[in-house]
Design a protein around this ligand. Structure first.
Ligand code: NAD
Length: 291
């Protein structure tokens, strides 16, 4: 296979990672680890195992739990000093600016950005779609969709100056078909997917790829706010073509592909990591077969 490698970077092999991995020489920023169940953590582990140097962001909150979790998790990968850890609330433009200033200072470039961030107010998530509050709708849009624009804008110069890069985000397929209970987040994911396609068109000339991974239901902190996550997981097991729920490792493996040069001509796509659930038009498989 003839895979064109991108420009070599400052730090070529991640500490503790095997030399010659698919991401050897790549510098990746992972946004959205909250705890060990986070999809972002699955992505970070998979990218680390393939040799990427990693930086992490965490959301600051009064008790500092997320920061503590991220520090503990990162320590399992290697010496904490080898990883950049920075706070970033994506509603704060100055925090985004400061984040990318630090990344540029450390690496002078960036190969991959994993955007694994979403939020909707729990009260709004539990309301019927027609009852979502104006503020709740705006909040979900800002944090879960607009934030991709904001971070892509800041990451693009760092990627462009080294000849390109890969940005990817996480979506859920409550976009093409209604999934009752996904509420304001469904609208935000639709906007996120549109945003990814527009960014792919805009940043393509700089060889920056923008894709989305559409994951099946996984038990995470955010997912616990979505009513019916257990039913969705049961439905996946019983009905989806592969009859099995996905794991954060499954998403991590797809992230490795998207961050690597193997996907160098892939942009503007949504890759479904959902046990194949998205291909089902009718849900007859969910009905128990009798007789
Ligand atoms: P998670 O709770 O582990 O991660 C969500 C992250 O978003 C957290 O780290 C949180 O700190 C961060 N975040 C929220 N508001 C923020 C803000 N203002 N600034 C910065 N960070 C903020 O849950 P997860 O399920 O791993 O979610 C990661 C992504 O995957 C989300 O986009 C989610 O919608 C998507 N996704 C999840 C599932 C699922 O079933 N869990 C399925 C498909 C897609």
């Amino acid at each position: 296979m003839n895979v064109q490698a991108s420009q070599p970077s400052e730090q070529t092999v991640a500490p503790g990672a095997p030399a010659g991995g698919l991401l050897a020489g790549k510098k990746a920023l992972v946004m959205g680890v909250a705890d060990k169940h986070s999809i972002a953590w699955g992505i970070a582990q998979a990218m680390h195992a393939q040799g990427a140097a990693l930086a992490f962001t965490y959301q600051e909150e009064p008790k500092g739990r997320i920061e503590r979790n991220v520090r503990e998790l990162v320590a399992t990968l290697g010496s904490p000093g080898d990883f950049l850890l920075l706070p970033c609330d994506v509603t704060d433009d100055s925090a985004i600016e400061s984040l990318f200033r630090h990344v540029a200072g450390r690496w002078k470039g960036l190969d991959a950005l994993a955007h694994c961030i979403a939020f909707a107010d729990r009260d709004d998530l539990n309301r019927p779609f027609s009852q979502i509050s104006r503020e709740g709708y705006k909040l979900a849009m800002e944090i879960s969709a607009y934030s991709l624009n904001a971070v892509a804008r800041a990451a693009a110069p760092l990627m462009a100056e080294q000849g390109g890069g890969s940005i990817f985000t996480l979506t859920y397929n409550a976009v093409e078909k209604a999934v009752p209970g996904y509420s304001a987040m469904a609208a935000a994911k639709a906007a996120l997917e549109v945003g990814a396609r527009y960014l792919a068109a805009e940043l393509g000339p700089s060889k920056i790829r923008v894709n989305t991974i559409s994951a099946g239901p996984v038990r995470t902190l955010s997912a616990s706010a979505v009513k019916g996550i257990s039913a969705l997981r049961r439905w996946t097991e019983e009905t989806a073509p592969l009859h099995e729920n996905i794991t954060i490792e499954d998403v991590g493996n797809t992230a490795v592909y998207l961050a690597s040069d193997l996907s160098r001509m892939v942009t503007g796509n949504t890759i479904f990591v959902d046990s194949g659930a998205h291909v089902l038009a009718a849900q007859v498989g969910a009905i128990e077969h009798r007789g």
